[in-house]
Design a protein around this ligand. Structure first.
Ligand SMILES: Cc1cc2nc3c(=O)[nH]c(=O)nc-3n(C[C@H](O)[C@H](O)[C@H](O)COP(=O)(O)OP(=O)(O)OC[C@H]3O[C@@H](n4cnc5c(N)ncnc54)[C@H](O)[C@@H]3O)c2cc1C
Ligand code: SF4
Ligand code: SF4
Length: 1608
């Protein structure tokens, strides 16, 4: 949806802003829900501030974080196992459940909890069986101020209680009455308070609570409402917005009210189910009122009243603060002054936007980190730390802390070296698949070099990487992760680990699984993950082999057995209670625990999970360290922390709160070149990091050194802190919370937080406890196993000393994980190849314990006569397994009717064979990716998530067969085919009759083998009836797998076709489709074609940057018209716009990018879509005069564009110019005078771009803006500095006229300080703004300076401009006609003088620049995204070259003297060549080169060496303070001068600069002046066009903050 649409629709509906809707809410969240029936996906985690730290008034829902199941119980996969999920719920009065009566049925049954507006109306009106519904208003009159909130909460709770007592069955809490006169109390607060009040009064079961709200709309918000007691919710605003969007044609007519409702409910139901499932809750009935949340930063008074029993460990925001924020939102929504508030706010909660909500990964941090990593420069790293600390303070809990410096610091040389500290560092679990092979291996090499550890992630690792060929470039990851997906977890994979990490949860989306879409599963990835290219891979939440702490302990044991040398780690995510969980995990013998914060990165995931699940690591880590210490378990485990760790400060806080080790994910990726595009899920990462596209992978430029540099710089930062703390050894930091305290300078909102629990010293809880992580070893008692003896007997075979061994033994069920350590020895030596078949034959008898034959390697064949427990053949890795019941069982024993193996057998098997005579319990062959198994019957969920292998089932199956099965084939024998079909989950598979010859032969052979090996009578019976029995088999064939196989066959064919096409294309030399915008706009058909043809997703790869901008030099130098080739530039602009990748963190808007914060990606996208009016709307949000910047801005945005890293950047400036010019042509730009006048008058001295912008903004705010300009025309340097050929003066006049029509008053020929005295201004106006520019030119006081014919550039340019404008002026003295012109100064002004001289008809033109010639491409000390200091040829240079054959510029040249002719006129310049060398301190020094003197002929010299600052007269008269560069002094980031009521902006404040900066300063000064005139409340936007709300708690006259007592 575009702004124009929003503006049209919601211009009059201020409820949206009042209820906290933003552009993102509608476009990013709601529209996808209604159009796709699913929630939208995001990536790279959440790096925005916690609600309790945000200054952007987040709604109260955001203070709640969803809890999730880890270890104590399993989360559910709500999609693949939806048979257990239900949102249906009866609501209304409950009767005594112990008495059966008809009253039990007297309830309202809802299929799901979302009500349409009609549904609610029906309920309210319903009188059936005397049902009555009481509607209670939750709003209050605005005059009540902040007090209104609490009294309303009490009123509603009381009224609800009375209604319950009065016999109402349903209560509706409604905010419908909210509007200009009435403020809504958040329904969550009212609901929570009412729910608890009803419970206390024993009335809750008598009534159902329904919420009718304009505020709640997102999945998380609904979940919080349900979790705190709502029975049903009617989010009426959502339906109104969507209906309005249909009117606007954003949604087409098929989206009837019914479709909108149904789709929204479908998406919402999915979302709610997912949130419930992550806690392992399967019915809404159990979830409702269960309060499965932790609050972060809500004060106990709020919790006690509304959310009783909810954990809120930090205290924090009070009712008063919440009421203030709500009132402030109301005030902003219904303010009488419109300014820019007609558009819906877009503060960038999800994607970074200049001037908006803070994000840890902002462009400055990204750029400075890359610079530091690449150059290994301490200075660059310090810049990175400085910018990171700003965002860390804005966004994180640790940012509120500071170090307690020691009275006895130590010298840094005494502190443990960085080389030791880096060994504590690990890179995060980022799978090959989510990142490219190049990135994955570079990280591994880097970490191996520093002695740290890289983590495979759950995607596995190719065994080639285990072989060390080059010791300097070891690609093997030290940490091998094992997640529920179990991709490629083989005996070899485990044997080659230093640490094996069990992923219980992932910080970015705890309790959820993931999915790798088929298009990302390349050949390599498929190989690593033991799957088929093109087949999507599902990674479920851990709910198959981990139901409890015992199951986790078993997995720990399994993995230890599979690699006794590796450390076993468990990854947990921070939430309340994680400390107890970690204690359990430590008792389960984990040796290492990772605590992840909520903010870690991820590939694609729903925004609800990314934003609202999990807690900050500061809370989880401190709790874990404290609980482990309290239980004397801390010494048994090493603790690691991860989650947006990037600076030494993060590491310091982590250590002090209890961490031994540190995980880094996003930061090393950024060091390697990641630019936080947040497009990971699209496979279009332009720097080759999060992509599998072979073309893009070639763009990867990261080097191990970049990561190493970064980690060492960081370790040095840590050492610096340690020295200041007086700590020499890192171990002495760990857990020592006395080294941290709260910052003194916290903003009022943050001051409310209480860090006492985080900063509790664990050893105070249990003094003298050993807290040295890992100092006490966990005892797995491996040496006492019976397997040890068997291994000893097999070693000769493993070592190749003998071929075979045959062992017979008995086994008992206390023998767990039999075969895994044997396989470890084989895998260590022989990798995946294993041993030749049947090298080791083990015949066992008895009952095997858990995990029998887990990870069994190739070459081992085990026969078990008896039975086995759970997890048989887990991770089978090529071994063979035969299990049958004891021989000699009585005749009435039928193996096919009895369970012989337990749950979760062959889970994650990758290869090998298993023949099992009898039935398996639940979850057989889950996530099998390559093993062949035969069995006589299975329980529920068989073949779930299977990606490969073959499974033959000869008997009954349980429910949910084949859920999420994307590969492999199952053959199921069933007497009645329909029986099986009913049990099968059909979402991903086809059920086919077994007809193909190859299938029939395969199954027959397998049956024969099975019967032979196990003696199965079932198999015999089937074979006896062959081929008749073939008909009773069903082939379960996943359609993705089928498609992938078909695609392989088609690939060849396609390849040939492509070759043919390519040939044909080469033959036709046709121009690609390029359209004029005019053409494209007037011809919708053509437009559609173009849109279809242009590929935006890969446009940056497909299309070149347009090179031609100007008319030809030969043509343009003959006239004074604009140099631009507007027509050609406009051609193909959409193609140029399609090159923009719409970056998640658009660097073009960063500090080094557009100073205005122009919303470039958005308008680029709109131009690409052909939506010009909407693009204009976006453009005007941030830039008052795009027609100026679009022509003359040097476009720092393009210098910062990420595309510039790999290709020429996006053409931004031309698009900007085209949008506004087109807007004028179409009549879309017209005067919009303010609706109301404030009666306040502001004088603006100077009519340049800064003054004009300030006037435009102040006028919008309703003030009378009077611009006083000493020149005869408005425009400043736009008018008389920048020549006509760069900026047509008609363009300036058009804008001046428009401003006049809007009400700005211009007074020309008024020299303030001369014609008007400052005192008069101050008395006549409410405020004065100086925008007088920087017109004090730099002189060149060398001999001969006084000669005639030497002029400042501005004299030269201004005179000529005036002449051109028709002023009566004699320009001959300054004319270049027939003169030899020398321009001194090589900047843009010099270039304008060159172009002007040439057009005058100069005889020759020469230009001097004292600096050396810039390089052709970026120098290493000028990294992206800084402004590229490279050699450029501008229009003037090109023209001179065209006319005189050579570029006019001479570099490294210094003028020594102006030479005179006989008449006192300059005749030449004596020069010398210079050299620039660095002195001992690294400063550049200028050295004259001997014998290089040269005289240049000149009869006109123009001095274009820049400006020193503003003219001093007026400043002196006003007695304003000046800064050392003589500019008007203002505080940093502010515009007020030393004189109250006087402000300054533009070049007079910042020194000689750019038009874009002048406009930016003009806008910002206007905002500050408006604030000054309006008691602190301004509606004018700050940076990036965002209307910023004053920080809460800063008491201002308008501020609703008032002191009142909270009733206890
Ligand atoms: C030749 C030249 C070419 C340039 N080219 C570019 C370019 O291509 N792109 C770019 O981005 N930037 C360019 N710049 C820089 C850009 O023009 C300035 O940064 C910008 O104009 C500054 O705006 P301003 O409003 O602060 O000051 P100015 O534009 O200088 O306006 C100040 C105004 O104040 C008036 N004034 C001063 N004192 C008084 C007084 N006492 N009473 C009343 N009025 C007063 C002046 O007459 C003037 O009109 C160029 C500058 C020059 C000199
Ligand atoms: S104003 Fe300048 S920096 Fe900003 S978008 Fe336009 S060209 Fe780029
Ligand atoms: S212009 Fe460049 S930096 Fe900006 S969003 Fe587009 S591609 Fe990204």
């Amino acid at each position: 949806m575009t702004h124009a649409e929003m503006r049209r629709m919601f211009g009059g509906d201020r409820r949206l802003a009042m209820f906290g809707f933003t552009v993102e809410t509608i476009t990013l969240l709601l529209l996808p829900m209604v159009t796709t029936k699913k929630e939208a996906l995001g990536s790279m985690g959440n790096d925005a501030p916690l609600a309790c730290l945000s200054q952007y008034m987040p709604l109260i829902y955001s203070y709640f974080k969803q809890l999730f199941a880890q270890v104590t119980n399993p989360p559910i996969d709500p999609f693949r196992e939806k048979i257990v999920m239900s949102l249906a719920c009866p609501i209304g009065p409950e009767a005594n459940i112990l008495e059966s009566s008809e009253l039990q049925c007297n309830r309202l049954y809802l299929e799901q909890p979302i009500l349409s507006v009609n549904d609610l109306q029906v309920i309210v009106d319903c009188k059936y069986k005397n049902w009555r519904t009481c509607v209670i208003d939750v709003t209050y009159p605005v005059e009540k101020g902040a007090r209104g909130m609490l009294s309303t909460i009490d009123r509603v709770a009381g009224a609800a209680c009375q209604a319950a007592k009065d016999g109402y069955q349903l209560i509706v809490l409604s905010d419908r009455k909210a509007g200009p006169e009435r403020v809504p109390v958040s329904p969550l607060l009212v609901l929570g308070a009412t729910h608890h009040h009803l419970i206390e009064e024993r009335q809750r079961m008598k009534v159902g609570l329904i919420v009718e709200t304009g505020e709640a709309r997102e999945v998380h918000q609904m979940c919080v409402l349900l979790g705190f007691g709502a029975d049903a919710i009617c989010p009426y605003m959502v339906f109104e917005i969507m209906a309005a969007l249909r009117e606007e044609k954003v949604l087409d007519e098929t989206f009837t009210d019914k479709v909108i409702f149904t789709n929204y409910v479908a998406a919402m139901s999915r979302g709610i189910a997912k949130v419930m499932a992550k806690m392992g809750i399967s019915t809404l009935q159990s979830y409702k009122g269960a309060q499965i949340f932790e609050a972060v930063g809500l004060n106990h008074e709020v919790i006690d009243k509304c959310f009783k029993g909810t954990a809120s460990r930090l205290d924090g925001v009070t009712f008063k603060m919440l009421a203030d924020e709500a009132l402030c939102r109301h005030r902003l929504s219904y303010n009488l002054r419109e300014c820019d508030t007609y558009v819906l706010p877009n503060p960038g909660y999800y994607h970074w936007r200049k001037g908006g909500e803070k994000h840890i990964n902002d462009p400055d941090n990204i750029a400075s980190l890359q610079a530091a990593a690449r150059t290994n420069s301490k200075n660059a790293y310090e810049r990175f730390v400085a910018s990171s600390m700003t965002t860390i303070r804005e966004c994180t809990l640790r940012g509120q802390l500071t170090m307690v410096e020691s009275q006895t610091p130590v010298d840094i040389s005494e502190v443990e070296p960085a080389s030791e500290i880096v060994k504590r560092f690990c890179t995060g679990a980022m799978s090959f698949g989510s990142i490219s092979y190049e990135t994955h291996t570079t990280l591994a090499i880097a970490m191996n070099r520093v002695g740290g550890k890289s983590n495979t992630g759950e995607g596995g690792e190719n065994s080639e990487r285990f072989v060390i060929e080059d010791p300097k470039n070891i690609k093997r990851s030290a940490i091998k992760q094992v997640a529920s997906g179990r991709f490629g977890v083989t005996a070899t994979y485990l044997a080659n680990a230093d640490e094996i990490q069990i992923k219980m949860a992932q910080g970015a989306k705890p309790g959820e699984g993931g999915e790798l879409p088929g298009h990302k599963v390349s050949e390599d990835i498929a190989k690593t993950r033991h799957s088929v290219p093109g087949v999507g891979l599902i990674s479920p939440p851990p709910h198959h082999d981990i139901y409890s702490i015992e199951d986790l302990a078993e997995l720990i044991y399994d993995l230890k057995s599979a690699n006794p040398a590796a450390r076993i780690s468990v990854k947990l995510v921070s939430e309340v209670g994680v400390g107890v969980v970690a204690s359990g995990v430590a008792k389960g013998k984990a040796e290492h625990i990772t605590i992840s914060g909520h903010d870690g990165g991820t590939g694609a995931s729903s925004w609800t999970g990314i934003k609202f699940a999990g807690l900050p690591w500061e809370l989880g880590l401190s709790e874990t360290h404290q609980t482990l210490t309290l239980n004397n378990l801390r010494s048994r485990v090493v603790l690691q922390v991860d989650g947006q760790i990037r600076t030494g400060f993060d590491v310091l806080v982590g250590a002090i709160l209890g961490a031994d080790e540190f995980g880094f994910s996003t930061a090393p990726l950024i060091a390697l070149g990641c630019i936080m595009m947040r497009k990971c899920h699209l496979n279009t990462c332009p720097v080759g990091i999060a992509t599998q596209d072979p073309e893009l992978r070639k763009k990867f430029e990261g080097q191990p050194e970049h990561v190493i540099n970064y980690l060492f710089l960081l370790a040095e930062e840590v050492r610096g802190y340690m020295a200041k703390l007086g700590v020499r050894k890192f171990n002495d930091l760990i857990g020592q919370t006395q080294y941290l305290k709260l910052r003194d300078d916290l903003p009022p909102k943050t001051k409310l937080l209480n860090f006492a629990r985080i900063l509790l010293h664990a050893q105070d809880l249990r003094p003298n406890t050993n807290i040295l992580g890992g100092s006490v070893a966990q005892d797995f008692e491996l040496s006492t196993r019976m397997e040890e003896g068997i291994i000893a007997q097999c070693m000769d075979v493993i070592d190749g000393k003998t071929d075979r061994v045959h062992i017979q033994a008995d086994i008992m069920n206390n023998c767990r994980t039999f075969g895994a350590t044997l396989s470890y020895h084989i895998a260590k030596k022989h990798l995946d190849a294993g041993l030749p078949d049947n090298s080791i034959q083990l015949d066992l008898k008895g009952s095997a314990g858990q995990s029998f034959a887990a990870f069994l390697s190739k070459g081992v064949h085990i026969t078990l006569e008896g039975d086995a427990n759970d997890y048989v053949g887990k991770g089978l890795s090529g071994g063979e397994l035969t299990i049958y019941p004891p021989k000699g069982m009585p005749e009435e024993f039928h193996s096919e009717d009895n369970i012989i193996v337990g749950n979760v057998c062959l889970y994650g098997a990758t290869s090998g064979r298993a023949m099992i005579r009898g039935q398996a319990a639940e979850r057989f062959c889950v996530r099998n990716s390559g093993a062949t198994a035969v069995i006589e019957g299975v329980g529920d969920h068989c073949c779930e998530y299977m990606t490969g292998g073959r499974v033959l089932i000869l008997g009954p199956t349980g429910r949910n067969f084949a859920a999420g099965m994307s590969g492999g084939i199952a053959y199921v024998y069933s007497e009645v085919a329909e029986d099986f079909q009913k049990k099968c989950n059909m979402e991903m598979v086809d059920l086919l009759p077994m007809e193909k010859e190859e299938d029939i032969m395969f199954v027959e052979a397998l049956l024969r083998e099975f019967s032979e090996k196990t003696g199965s009578l079932v198999a015999l019976r089937i074979l006896d009836n062959w081929p008749e029995s073939v008909k009773k088999f069903t082939k379960v064939f996943p359609y993705e797998y089928r498609r992938a196989l078909r695609q392989l066959a088609e690939a060849e064919f396609k390849k040939k076709q492509l070759e043919k096409k390519k040939e044909a294309k080469e033959e036709s030399d046709e121009e690609p489709d390029v359209l004029d915008i005019e053409d494209s706009i007037t011809d919708p058909e053509k437009e559609k074609k173009v849109l279809v043809k242009l590929d935006k997703m890969r446009g940056f790869l497909q299309y070149d940057r347009e090179k031609i901008m100007y008319r030809s030099a030969a043509e343009r130098m003959k006239d004074w018209n604009e140099i631009y080739n507007h027509k050609l530039v406009k051609k193909g602009l959409r193609r140029q716009a399609a090159r923009c990748m719409e970056c998640g963190t658009p660097m073009c808007q960063s500090t080094t990018g557009c100073p205005l914060g122009n919303i470039i990606p958005k308008w680029n996208d709109l131009v690409y879509k052909g939506l010009w009016e909407e693009a204009l709307d976006h453009l005007l949000q941030t830039n008052n005069f795009p027609e100026f910047t679009g022509r003359v801005c040097p476009a720092p945005c393009e210098g910062a564009c990420v595309l510039g890293i790999i290709n020429p950047p996006v053409t931004i400036k031309n698009i900007e110019c085209a949008i506004i010019d087109h807007g004028f042509e179409m009549g879309w730009v017209h005067p919009e005078p303010p609706l109301r006048r404030t009666g306040k008058k502001v004088a603006i001295v100077g009519g340049g771009p800064a003054g004009m912008a300030a006037a435009a903004q102040l006028n919008k705010a309703g003030h009378t803006a009077v611009v006083l300009e000493r020149n005869d025309r408005i425009g400043g340097l736009l008018q008389y500095g920048i020549p006509t050929m760069k900026l047509d003066k008609g363009v300036v006049a058009r804008r001046v006229k428009l401003l006049e029509d809007e009400g700005v008053m211009f007074v020309t020929n008024c020299n303030v300080g001369v014609d008007v005295k400052p005192k008069e201004l101050l008395s006549e106006y409410d405020a004065v703004i100086l925008c007088t520019g920087a017109s004090w030119p730099r002189d060149l006081p060398i001999p001969g300076r006084k000669l005639e014919g030497i002029h400042f550039a501005m004299e030269f340019l201004e005179t000529w401009q005036k002449k051109q404008m028709g002023n009566d002026i004699d320009e001959t003295r300054l004319s270049a006609k027939d003169r030899d012109v020398i321009v001194i100064g090589g900047g843009d002004t010099g270039n304008d003088c060159i172009g002007t001289s040439l057009r005058h008809g100069a005889r020759s033109v020469t230009a001097f620049e004292i600096l050396p010639r810039p390089p052709d491409s970026r120098a290493s000390d000028n990294p992206w995204p800084e402004w590229p200091k490279v050699f450029r040829v501008d229009y003037g240079h090109e023209e001179v070259k065209h006319k005189f054959g050579a570029d006019p510029r001479h570099y490294s040249i210094m003028s020594k003297e102006f030479l005179s002719d006989d008449s006192g006129r300059v005749s030449g310049v004596r020069t010398v060549r210079v050299e620039w060398v660095k002195d001992d301190e690294g400063r550049w020094q200028l050295k004259e080169q001997p014998d290089t003197e040269q005289v240049f002929k000149a009869d006109l010299v123009i001095l274009a060496m820049g400006f020193l600052g503003p003219e001093a007269d007026l400043i002196k008269q006003m007695e304003l303070e000046q800064d050392p560069r003589s500019n008007v002094k203002t505080p940093p980031g502010k515009y007020n001068t030393s004189l109250p009521g006087v402000f300054a902006a533009g070049d007079c404040r910042r020194g000689q600069s750019l038009i874009v900066w002048a406009i930016s300063e003009g806008r910002q000064v206007a905002r500050q002046v408006d604030e000054f005139l309006s008691d602190g409340l301004t509606m004018l936007p700050s940076e990036g066009g965002i209307i910023r709300i004053p920080a809460m708690g800063e008491k201002k006259a308008w501020d609703p903050l008032e002191d009142y007592e909270i009733p206890v």
